[in-house]
Write a protein that binds this ligand. Structure first.
Ligand SMILES: Cc1cc2nc3c(=O)[nH]c(=O)nc-3n(C[C@H](O)[C@H](O)[C@H](O)COP(=O)(O)OP(=O)(O)OC[C@H]3O[C@@H](n4cnc5c(N)ncnc54)[C@H](O)[C@@H]3O)c2cc1C
Length: 452
């Protein structure tokens, strides 16, 4: 029997949606997850989970399953080494050697999903279900009748008390949180929907390379030891080892600046978002900014046989709420705070959302009649942190792409980079949950704690 008198529908079965579904199901809450794709899978290679993401996974009870699939017995990912992208790979800053030894976990995205699927009851998961609209039951205005109907592109629908939008950066659910008139048919026909989605000006070329290929190509720096960031002006490359160092995950970033002939412009959203490109585009993009043909960075890029170019989008401006309590909608992950990937912090923020939201939903005093207030408490606990990390990620991109003659010196880079990950990695989630519960007690939604 379900432990709660409300039902939950999760839109999106990516990393955050599936972990959220697993956790709610484990807490005895009636939950279903709806994924647009015909199968669960992740495009886009490896993902580096920061120490805070690892702790969140531990708290959610999925860390050991994830570790097994990552081929590591404990978190191993050391902090970044920053080097010059230009020629001699001159070391700029080694975060590890300055004493930060908090470890993260690198993993292939597909392996992560396999880990969660392996421990989940997949009867609650539905594929080929692209949510195209949400209708709130206006007529029943009391909180105890909070209810929404999800409509899918295959003509089916599903009703639930609470909708969790875990549908990523292009979220359909987000518009129901940012636009109070989103479920008004006339408004939708007559006006452009607000979605708080913007092209960042950043393009990313992604690839997974066997380390043996990288070594054979003459790359001298050992990319299996720790994540490396090659810095320049308007360009940077990050690498980190995954699957026990056999594979190097590479993401090469190039910013579009005014006057660039690269695809797209700052004023428009480039379409399609992901595009295969000719191999020579990659090296040329970096060499035009002075990166030497013999540098490790260019040798590495030349290993990428079939590169694709991603237009990186972000939630911009940051949301002023992650919930619509009256409609019974909450956002998690990229749907709430899709950010630039420069701190490798996007998924971690999503897992933190999952911790706070699921702990509040499964709290013994949460029920259908106070769900609206519980969603408000989730928003208060999570939004400021999620949006702060979103802004810090953009700042990180500006630092790593200002290195060189017309930008920062080594000394200036060190000053800028010192401590940038600290607030992201070292955060007390228990304090967030406790504050949210305290807020609910102060509002007399929850009973006052008994004094001991
Ligand atoms: C180049 C790059 C590198 C990155 N590297 C890192 C990194 O190293 N570390 C890190 O922490 N983060 C990284 N990120 C960010 C990270 O990828 C995201 O934060 C993370 O994938 C968000 O997870 P999510 O579950 O919220 O969304 P997603 O992973 O986008 O999943 C959303 C799911 O919803 C489904 N969906 C979408 N619309 C609908 C709909 N209407 N109906 C039903 N289903 C729908 C999608 O098919 C998908 O399965 C990177 C991002 C990029 C672009």
């Amino acid at each position: 029997m379900a432990s709660k008198d409300f039902t939950v529908a999760i839109v999106g079965g990516g990393m955050c949606g599936l972990v959220c579904a697993y956790t709610l199901k484990k807490a005895g809450i009636a939950v279903e997850v709806f994924e647009a794709a015909p199968e669960f899978g992740e495009v886009g290679a490896g993902v580096g989970l920061g120490p805070n993401a690892v702790r969140a996974l531990d708290r959610l009870g999925v860390l050991s399953a994830v570790l097994t699939r990552s081929e590591h017995s404990s978190p191993v990912l050391r902090p970044f080494l920053f080097v010059s992208g230009y020629d001699a790979q001159e070391a700029i800053y080694d975060q590890y050697s300055v004493g930060d030894d908090d470890r993260g976990l690198p993993i292939h995205r597909a392996a992560f999903l396999d880990a969660i699927i392996g421990i989940s009851d997949m009867k609650i998961a539905h594929l080929n279900k692209r949510c195209v609209a949400i209708q709130h039951t206006h007529a029943l205005a009391t909180a105890s009748n909070l209810s929404s109907t999800l409509f899918f592109s295959d003509g089916t629908s599903h009703r639930a008390h609470l909708v969790i939008g875990a549908d990523g950066i292009k979220s359909t659910v987000r518009k129901y949180v940012v636009d109070p008139l989103a479920d008004d048919a006339e408004h939708n026909t007559n006006s452009k929907n607000k979605t708080n989605l913007a092209f960042s000006g950043s393009l990313a070329y992604r690839g997974l390379l066997p380390n043996s290929t990288v070594v054979a190509a003459g790359v001298k720096i050992d990319l299996t030891v720790q994540p490396v960031c090659f810095c320049g002006i308007d360009r940077h490359i990050i690498t980190f080892p995954i699957q026990a160092g056999r594979i190097i995950n590479v993401v090469a970033f190039s910013s579009i600046t005014r006057g660039d002939s690269a695809a797209g412009s700052l004023d428009e959203l480039p379409h399609p978002w992901v595009q295969p490109v000719a191999k020579q585009e990659l090296a040329e993009t970096f060499q035009t900014r002075g990166w030497g043909a013999d540098s490790d960075a260019i040798k590495l890029l030349n290993c990428m046989e079939r590169p694709s170019r991603w237009s990186i989008h972000t939630v911009d401006p940051p949301l002023s709420s992650y919930v619509d309590p009256e409609r019974g909608i909450a956002l998690i992950g990229d749907a709430a705070h899709g950010m630039l990937p420069h701190l490798g912090a996007g998924v971690g923020q999503g897992f933190e959302d999952v911790v706070v939201l699921t702990e509040l939903l499964s709290h013994p005093e949460t029920n259908l009649s106070n769900l609206e207030h519980v969603l408000g408490a989730y928003d208060s606990a999570r939004r400021s942190r999620g949006n702060t990390v979103l802004e810090a990620s953009a700042r990180m991109g500006r630092i790593t792409e200002r290195y060189g003659k017309s930008g920062y010196s080594n000394e200036e880079m060190r000053t800028q980079l010192a401590g940038i990950w600290g607030p992201v990695w070292h955060h007390d989630l228990s304090e967030d949950v406790n504050k949210a519960v305290e807020m609910l007690r102060e509002k007399r939604v929850f009973k006052e704690a008994e004094s001991s």
